[in-house]
Design a protein around this ligand. Structure first.
Ligand code: PLP
Length: 444
């Protein structure tokens, strides 16, 4: 069934064997191991524009974009130049520098956040924002949504999406850890509600709202596949503040991607705090959290909530983030092009699947897209439970066929793919050509 046309993946397989001898599962982040689609992951030698080149020399059209950061494409000249210039001045100071101020000024100007603090990953951003919310409100419970992923801090590994999706067995309002090593006592402080279910959120807040420090959410979900919020759900999110809880938008994936002002700007949301990651570092390790000045001023050394980092505000990382935001701010038409490419991709995938008799339901917004292998009207998949009805075996076979034809899709049914500004009609046509073959092999 698989149409493996690439020359070889022998070098990748050999590296994977070596990696497994020295690293758990052979990878430094689980989804890279291809566990849900089978086969051996490709080891990447270099990346330019819309392409990855693996260690066997195969050139692959990249729809992962390092899981989101590479919105401009790989090795963008402005980003490379900014990193080189920073490099010439040393790699880390452990003292403040101008680039941190400039990036903070850019983030506050673009997003409307009044203060921002830089950390080193999305996980650190959400973890720190929750500590801050607890410190600010003096309350200890948080609310999250089933299938939303906010990084791997203990209290957030509860009903967390993506790679953890299949492990979660809890019931709404209860708190089952989705990882070994998370004490039940930590998880008990995390209350879980259903995404896109305003009545469930209202009911939970009516009962427990007085104890809730914050409600954290993905404004558009990428980690259960793409799920788009309904206006009614967004209204319910805003209501949580009537109970004294803070509203935290996790824009680690959507920030600067769905619009320059992220999903928050696109959907007209006004959260108290926002978390960022991925694009804000332009491909280097950066996360950030920010928002209302009165809340952010609780962070040390200004306030009593401790949070620190040896490499936070790293000059190379700040330079990459700053260059990326400058390009995005200077060429806003990028977003129109990302959206039109993604819409054409969605329509093309639908048509190819229909022709081959393969059931497919596509959710897409901006440059994020998930093609769920199931029979459902487009846009009707709104919750984790909806997404989970997908045929993961059919997805895995389709994924392998695409990879064999040089198209590197996200290796899980429950992930978004990311289109970059470097994707052109050439890549679109190549992708749709490969997709037709892949669906035909499934249908037949
Ligand atoms: N929040 C969201 C919405 C994410 O998608 C991710 C990572 O994919 C994170 C948080 C965690 O970010 P990081 O992997 O940088 O720790």
């Amino acid at each position: 069934m698989t149409t493996e046309t690439l020359p070889s993946s022998a070098q990748s397989a050999a590296l994977f064997a070596r990696a497994r001898a020295v690293t758990p599962g052979g990878v430094n982040s689980p989804v890279r191991a291809f566990k849900s689609v089978g086969g051996s992951p490709r080891f990447i030698r270099e990346a330019h524009g819309a392409y990855l080149t693996d260690v066997d020399g195969n050139r692959l059209v990249d729809y992962i974009g390092s899981w989101g950061p590479m919105i401009l494409g790989h090795d963008h000249p402005a980003v490379r130049q900014a990193i080189s210039e920073a490099l010439a001045g040393g790699t880390s100071f452990g003292a403040p520098g101008e680039r941190e101020v400039r990036l903070a000024e850019a983030v506050t100007r673009i997003t409307g956040a009044e203060r921002v603090r830089f950390v080193n990953s999305g996980t650190e951003a959400t973890m720190s924002a929750l500590r801050l919310a607890r410190g600010f409100t003096g309350r200890k419970f948080i609310v999250k949504f089933r299938g939303n992923y906010h990084g791997h801090a203990d209290g957030l590994l509860v009903e967390a999406g993506s790679g953890l999706l299949t492990n979660a067995e809890g019931t709404l309002g209860t708190s089952a850890p989705s990882s070994a090593g998370v004490p039940g006592e930590y998880a008990q402080l995390t209350l879980v509600s259903e995404y896109n279910d305003p009545a469930a959120l209202d009911a939970l807040m009516a009962e427990r709202g007085h104890e809730v420090a914050a409600v954290i959410f993905e404004p558009v979900v990428g980690n259960a596949g793409v799920l788009i919020p309904t206006p009614e759900f967004l209204a319910a999110l805003h209501r949580v503040r009537e109970r004294g809880a803070l509203l935290i938008a996790d824009e680690v994936m959507t920030g600067f991607r769905l619009s320059l002002r992220g999903a928050t700007g696109l959907l007209g949301l006004t959260p108290d705090l926002i978390c960022w990651g991925k694009i804000i570092g332009g491909g280097l390790p950066v996360g950030a959290y920010g928002g209302r000045a009165d809340v952010m001023d609780f962070v040390s050394p200004q306030g009593p909530v401790y949070q620190a980092g040896t490499l936070s505000g790293n000059p190379l990382a700040m330079a990459a983030g700053l260059a990326t935001l400058e390009v995005l701010e200077g060429t806003p038409e990028v977003y129109t092009r990302l959206e039109s490419y993604t819409s054409e991709l969605a329509a093309g995938l639908k048509a190819a699947a229909r022709e081959a008799g393969v059931p497919l339901s596509v959710n897409h917004i901006g440059s994020m897209l998930t093609a769920f292998h199931q029979e459902a009207p487009d846009g009707s998949i709104r919750t984790y439970a909806d997404a989970a009805r997908s045929d993961t075996a059919a997805f895995a076979a389709w994924f392998q066929s695409m990879l064999g034809q040089g198209i590197y899709w996200a290796p899980s049914q429950f992930e978004s793919i990311f289109v970059s500004a470097a994707h052109t009609d050439t890549e679109l046509n190549a992708t749709l050509g490969a997709a037709r073959t892949a669906y035909r092999s499934l249908g037949g």
